[in-house]
Design a protein around this ligand. Structure first.
Ligand code: NAX
Length: 323
């Protein structure tokens, strides 16, 4: 039986990358057949039709069927993997609270459609911003689906941090491990190198702390803006790549001697308020993730983790009535 993969906002920048990479087998392997359900808003349906035509023209071995729709109940029908990418961007003069409200409407409708139509074992990754709070809204509107099915993307931040560290340490990012992004996918996120290893050896104490605090952390926090400045458009290929990394690691196991950063419903670990979608270091096994426990948290880290938690609590308060 083919697995069903849903992509929302599939005619957008990230969706256009994601659909082709998934259809070519980069999520589940080329031998695993998939159906692609693509969702867009009505005015983008013509563009979406073009995306579907191009997907057909690739004659991908793994791709069985493509469905395009502007109806979430069709797009989430029997969905096993859902990438929630489509979101309302911040328009001119729009306050952050307006942005939260506008997106809350989209993600509550999609949460309901997931609840009514998707596979009970669905895995949901929210990419559309504000991703963590959008995931919280979708989760709250899908009471029949296990809460652990709802996650938000921090993997781009995680990968960006590894790339910056590799460049600074003059090594390859694959030689680095045990780095964490805590909190919200926003400029308050906390990239934490307290446990960083190079080829399995802890190197945190030998890092230049001034570089970490004054260069590395702000650079990772603001990398999205740096890309926009250079490209004139926001990150798209790197975001799609990170989305596949996130979902594939969640489905297949992660390396046992490392961890990844995923925004997941907080269970209160490390004193983080329960329920908010907060990024933790996790390992994945048999399709489930678990938070790495008992890491030592110093004063600087705790203050940074609290700051990003505060922002998520404020976001939750702004859309409380939709939960
Ligand atoms: P685009 O504007 O290129 O594409 C978004 C697409 O979503 C559009 O085609 C739009 O028609 C569609 N859409 C809007 N509302 C929809 C709805 N209710 N149902 C279905 N489709 C809908 O944006 P793109 O560059 O692809 O970015 C998509 C989202 O990812 C944005 O919210 C962006 O901020 C967010 N990002 C999140 C990242 C993360 O790490 N979590 C990083 C990359 C990216 O900035």
């Amino acid at each position: 039986m083919p697995k069903t993969v849903t992509i929302t906002g599939a005619a957008g920048q990230i969706g256009y990358q994601l659909a082709f990479r998934i259809a070519s087998g980069q999520l589940l392997g080329a031998g695993e057949k998939i159906n692609l359900n693509l969702l867009e808003i009505t005015p983008a349906l013509d563009a979406l039709k073009g995306v579907a035509m191009e997907l057909e023209d690739c004659a991908f071995e793994a791709l069985s069927e493509i469905s395009i729709s502007d109806d979430p109940s069709i797009a989430f029908m029997d969905s096993d993997y859902a990438f929630l990418v489509g979101a309302k961007p911040r328009g001119p003069g729009m306050e952050r609270s307006d942005l939260l409200q506008e997106n809350a409407k989209i993600f509550s409708a999609q949460g309901k459609a997931i609840n009514e139509n998707a596979s009970r074992d669905i895995k949901v990754l929210v990419v559309g911003n504000p991703a963590n709070t959008n995931a919280l809204i979708a989760m709250s509107n899908a009471p029949d689906i296990d809460k652990s099915a709802f996650t938000a993307m921090m993997r781009l931040d995680h990968n960006r941090a590894l790339a910056q560290l590799a460049s600074h340490l003059k090594c390859h990012s694959s030689e680095l491990s045990n780095m964490t992004i805590w909190g919200n996918h926003s400029t308050t996120q906390y990239p934490d190198v307290s446990n960083l290893k190079l080829n399995g050896k802890n190197i945190a104490s030998s890092l230049d702390i001034t570089w970490v605090k004054d260069d590395f952390i702000p650079r990772v926090q603001n990398r999205g803006a740096e890309i926009i400045k250079a490209r004139g458009l926001s990150s798209a290929a790197s975001a799609a790549s990170a989305a596949i990394d996130h979902m594939r690691d969640w489905t297949v196991d992660t390396k046992t001697d490392d961890w990844v950063s995923m925004a997941i419903p907080s269970d209160g670990s490390y004193g983080v308020s329960e329920g908010i979608i907060y990024s933790f270091p996790v390992t994945c096994e048999n399709g489930s993730y678990s938070i790495i426990q008992n890491l030592e948290i110093d004063e600087f880290s705790m203050a940074s983790m609290k700051l990003t938690e505060k922002e998520l609590l404020e976001e939750r308060a702004a859309i409380e009535e939709l939960l």
